[in-house]
Write a protein that binds this ligand. Sequence first.
Ligand code: FES
Length: 99
Amino acid sequence: MKKQQTPYLCHIFVCANMRENNPENPGCGAKGGDILKDKLKAAVTARGWKGKVRVSTTGCLGLCAQGPNVLLHPQGVWFSGVTEADLDVILETAGNFVS
Ligand code: FES
């Protein structure tokens, strides 16, 4: 095993988990998590942040009822109830960590 620091200035984790057995709280994936991830990924590429900012889908982050959830790591900034209208704010926040 090799232990190292994250290679990214900011890692955007987008929950896309599906809670198929829970129709009342179906998870971030059922609430558009994958679409948010695709749009964030495209925006990161368009801004030339590739290699500095990484967008990844993740499994459940634990606050399912508040989803879709997006987490900026290692900054520890958490966005809940994210819609496409919020992506500019998320990108603006991530951009603060890109030098
Ligand atoms: S399903 Fe997204 S936080 Fe649990």
